[in-house]
Structures are given as structure tokens and as C-alpha cells.
Design a protein around this ligand. Structure first.
Ligand code: ADP
Ligand code: MG
Length: 500
């Protein structure tokens, strides 16, 4: 069954969207949240387990201090208050990927509360998103459904992998976000991107969405324009790429609008996002009164974060990504558009390192946004993964500035460097690619070209100096682009006895 959708712009004329995000971040600690089993991705199923993460009877958990530190650092980066006393609770439910039959989470005493995050949209507009809480919990294992289309429906059997069970998670929950209007899908994407950037910058998560390190549940509701009470929300689960988050929010806005405009009502439920059909389907009904029988985890004592520790972590926070971008933009003197392109191309770091290695910001941008970006696109990799380093760029540019090679040859040299033939200087040497500016070698090539183009030579002699370009072209061709073009021009005019 396909949903009725209202045209997006039309939907926004009649309704105001309200958003809310629950983002789960998997921490990159060495071990799990409550035991010593390794926290690692991609290993043989059920090898990274322990009696605790398997929920065996009689086991006792203990809290991973590194995970608590990461949670505090994230909370501080989000401007949250760090709780004086924080404790874990049991969230009871049955599902085969959760062997304990409860998730160890936080309920009424989360570690971080009341933060805010400035989210910058593509055109520079800043939206402040209020953070209600960020709490610690453990991840579930993973079910795989086999012998069908990969879904539970139609599968012949299912397998469970508990490697992920017990991996430390932080769940960041926003307050309802109003006022985004038609920019709601864009804001959704930018918010998740900003969270990903912050956790990456803090070094607390690998932040790879394709591995599920950052997962977003997107809540959407609509209210008629001018209304003050929120409409009923749906929660689209596990939208695992930035593109999907944007599309899922857009889709739900269009779907809600169609239902409401037809006089229907929205069911409070979870929705599943399907990237293949770019649509959501109904998940399970979800009321605000779902009873998980939360109670304080009796096997773990409350945590009282030492205030001096919290203050030390605050003092040691890295520069926030947004502030860093502002500083770099000013230092480099890029225009708004140039800087935005650099950010969108994902080469900010590369340019920063290239400038640190001695190139000018303009030269660094020219390479990372130019030839390197072009080759990366051709080979379908990120520019940073192509194999060019900041040192490569600095060395290539040095060779150009010293007149050893020109731009065109530099591009050729880069390809040989990427093929593993050595540094740019080594490639130029080994392949004999240096610009020829030695008069005796160039003189012979000029003589040959003039001999082959007697009419052009005659024109130049007669004062048509611009015609020299054709002869220069001929010499460049004969020397495979390696001649010093300016010197070639001088030699032509000298030989023909005319003034440049
Ligand atoms: P749940 O039990 O559904 O996971 P949470 O409190 O963890 O509840 O998260 C609910 C999210 O939905 C929060 O980000 C909250 O701000 C947001 N939210 C609450 N009401 C609405 C609404 N009417 N429309 C959109 N988002 C909402
Ligand atoms: Mg929730």
C-alpha cells in the first residue's frame, strides 16, 4: 500500500512541523559498557562476548569508566549540566537480541541534561536546538534474518550475534524543535551531521553511520498553522545516513499532511524508513505511557562524578567544530562560497594540514578542490583516501614555483605519485619530466619548428608578433609539454630578429 502524500510546499502552507531527534552514538571504548568483552566491529559473530554481555545468571556488571568520561565530555560539548548523582535503571522488555531481557539505561537521573547545539544550515542560517538529555546505556545484539529477503517476514531462520550486545551507547534527546518550517528536512540532516562532527572531534566514537555508530530516530508531527498544541508524532527509526534523515523527515511531513487534510488522524507509532522505496512503513504502535517497568539497577551503585574531574574535562575539550571552521575561514581568507565548497567536499582537514606543511591556503585549495578532487571522483573515493598527502601537494607546488615543472606536468606527476612511483621530485627525476629551459636544447627545437612553418615565421618577421604563439605550441608539442614556454617565445623572437 502506498501512502498518499501532499506536495511538500503545499503541506508547509497549511501546517507547521515539529521535530524531535533521538540520536544513538556508539562509543569507541576498548571494552563494553559493563564488562570486559572487546568492543569491536566486524569480528566473527559471538566472539566478543562475556557472561555479562550474554546476560548469564549470577553475573555482576561494572561500569566502564572510559564510557562515563566520554559521556561527560559529550555533555560538556553540548553545553549540558553534568549530574551530581547519576544512576542506571533497568528498562524491561523482551527481544531475542537482548539476552538480559532488559536494557541497562538511565531514566530519571541521566548523566547530562539541558544543553543546546547551534546547527548551521548550508546557507549559513543558525538554528539552536535544545538538548533535553544525553544518557548512557548499552546496545542490543543484532538479529540477521536468512533464507528470504533479509527481513523477518519470509525468512527461513534467524541468527543472533551478541558482539554488539553491551557496546556503550549515548542517547542524545532533543526537546521538540519548532519554527523550522520548510527547512525541517534540511535541519534534520544538519543536526545529525553536527552531532556526528562533535563526537568525531571529541574522538569518542568512530562516527561511521554506515556501521551504525551514529543512528537517528526522527520524530515528526504537524500542527495547523497558528496552532499552539503539538500534533501526534511518529518516530521513524534508525535512519542511518544523512541523506535518509532528510528524506524521511520530508516524507513524513508530506504523509502527515495528506492524512490530516483528508480529515484523518495520525497514529502515534514507530515507522520504518526504506531507502530503496524512499518511504516509511508502519512499525509498532507507541504510546507515551509504554510501560517498561523502569527501576534502579540494583547491581550498580549510583555514580557521583568528581567535580574536579568534570572541570578538568571541560578545560581539556577540543575547539568546537563550528568555531574551528570560523577561525580557519578567516585565517585562509576564503570567500563564503569557497569555504562552503571546501567543507562540503570534506577536505577541510587536508587543507589545514597542507597549509601547516607550508603551502599557501590558495595553493592548498587549488589542489584539493582541483586535480585531487577530480581524480578522487573518477576513482569513486574520498579526496582524502586517494593517496595524495599534504606533503605531496607541498612538494608538487615547490617544483612548480622553482620552475622545474609546469602545471600541466605537475598533474601528470601526481598520477605517477598515486601509482606508487615515489615522491613528486623522485618521479620528475626518474621519468625525466623536468621543464627544459636550457637554450641549446630549446634552440634546436625552435629551429625545427620555424623550418616547418615558414609562412608563420615570415609573418612574425613582418611584425605580427602574436603569430609566435603557434610556433610556441609546436615546440611544446615536440617536447611533450616540457619546454619552458616563456623562454621558447623569447628564442623565437631573437632568432627572427624582432622585438617582443
Ligand atoms: P520515546 O519514548 O518516544 O523514545 P523520547 O522522550 O526518548 O521518547 O523522545 C521523543 C522525542 O520526540 C524527543 O526528541 C521529543 O522532543 C520529541 N517530541 C515529543 N513530542 C513531539 C511532537 N509532538 N512532535 C515532534 N517531536 C516530538
Ligand atoms: Mg527514546
Amino acid at each position: 500500500m502506498t501512502d498518499e502524500l501532499m506536495d511538500f510546499d503545499q503541506a508547509l502552507e497549511a501546517y507547521d512541523p515539529v521535530l524531535g531527534f533521538e540520536v544513538h552514538v556508539e562509543l569507541n571504548t576498548a571494552t563494553k559498557m559493563f564488562d570486559w568483552a572487546p568492543n569491536a566491529f566486524g569480528d566473527v559473530p559471538n566472539t566478543n562476548t562475556s557472561p555479562v554481555s550474554l546476560g548469564l545468571p549470577g553475573v555482576l556488571p561494572s561500569v566502564n569508566k572510559q564510557a562515563v568520561e566520554s559521556a561527560i565530555r559529550l555533555g560538556l560539548a553540548l553545553g549540558c549540566d553534568i549530574a551530581e548523582v547519576t544512576e542506571f535503571s533497568r528498562k524491561n522488555y523482551f527481544y531475542p537480541d537482548t539476552p538480559k531481557n532488559f536494557q541497562t539505561s538511565q531514566f530519571d537521573k541521566p548523566i547530562c541534561e539541558n544543553g543546546a547545539l547551534d546547527v548551521e544550515l548550508e546557507d549559513g542560517t543558525v538554528f539552536t536546538v535544545q538538548i533535553e538529555r544525553a544518557h548512557m546505556e548499552d546496545d542490543a545484539g543484532k538479529l540477521g534474518h536468512h533464507g528470504g529477503a533479509g527481513r523477518i517476514q519470509g525468512a527461513q531462520y534467524s541468527l543472533v550475534d551478541y558482539n554488539r550486545a553491551g557496546v556503550p551507547l549515548i542517547e542524545i534527546v532533543t526537546r521538540p524543535i519548532t519554527g523550522a518550517g520548510k527547512r525541517a528536512p534540511e535541519l534534520a540532516r544538519a543536526y545529525v551531521a553536527a552531532i556526528r562532527e562533535i563526537v568525531k572531534n571529541l574522538g569518542i566514537s568512530d562516527a561511521r553511520m554506515e556501521r551504525g555508530n551514529v543512528r537517528c530516530d526522527a520524530n515528526v508531527s504537524l500542527m495547523p498553522k497558528g496552532a499552539e498544541t503539538f500534533g501526534t508524532r511518529t518516530e521513524t527509526k534508525n535512519v542511518n545516513s544523512l541523506r535518509s534523515v532528510e528524506r524521511a523527515v520530508r516524507y513524513e511531513i508530506q504523509r502527515h499532511a495528506a492524512v490530516l487534510a483528508a480529515g484523518g488522524s495520525i497514529l502515534q507509532e514507530t515507522r520504518m524508513w526504506h531507502e530503496d522505496t524512499r518511504s516509511t512503513t508502519s512499525g509498532r504502535p507507541k504510546s507515551d505511557a509504554d510501560d517498561y517497568r523502569y527501576f534502579p539497577e540494583p547491581d550498580l551503585v549510583p555514580i557521583v562524578p568528581d567535580r574536579a574531574w568534570v572541570e578538568r574535562l571541560r578545560a581539556e575539550l577540543p575547539e568546537p567544530p563550528a568555531q574551528r571552521r570560523k577561525r580557519l575561514k578567516e585565517q585562509w581568507g576564503y570567500s563564503d562560497e569557497e569555504f562552503r565548497d571546501v567543507v562540503n567536499a570534506g577536505v577541510l582537514e587536508e587543507i589545514e594540514q597542507t597549509v601547516a606543511a607550508g603551502a599557501s591556503p590558495a595553493v592548498a585549495r587549488k589542489w584539493w578542490m582541483g586535480e585531487i578532487a577530480r581524480l578522487a571522483k573518477q576513482r569513486e573515493v574520498e579526496p582524502g583516501e586517494l593517496g595524495a598527502t599534504p606533503a605531496t601537494v607541498v612538494e608538487l607546488n615547490g617544483l612548480i614555483e622553482d620552475g622545474k615543472i609546469n602545471d600541466k606536468i605537475a598533474r601528470k606527476v601526481l598520477e605517477h605519485v598515486l601509482a606508487g612511483e615515489g615522491t613528486p621530485a623522485e618521479v620528475v627525476e626518474a621519468r625525466g619530466l623536468a621543464v627544459v629551459s636550457d637554450d641549446s636544447a630549446l634552440g634546436a627545437a625552435v629551429d625545427e619548428a620555424l623550418a616547418a612553418m615558414p609562412e608563420v615565421a615570415e609573418k612574425i618577421r613582418g611584425g605580427k608578433v602574436q603569430a609566435a604563439g603557434a610556433v610556441v605550441g609546436q615546440v611544446m608539442k615536440a617536447t611533450r609539454g616540457q619546454a619552458d614556454a616563456a623562454r621558447v617565445r623569447e628564442l623565437i623572437l631573437e632568432k627572427l630578429g624582432v622585438q617582443g
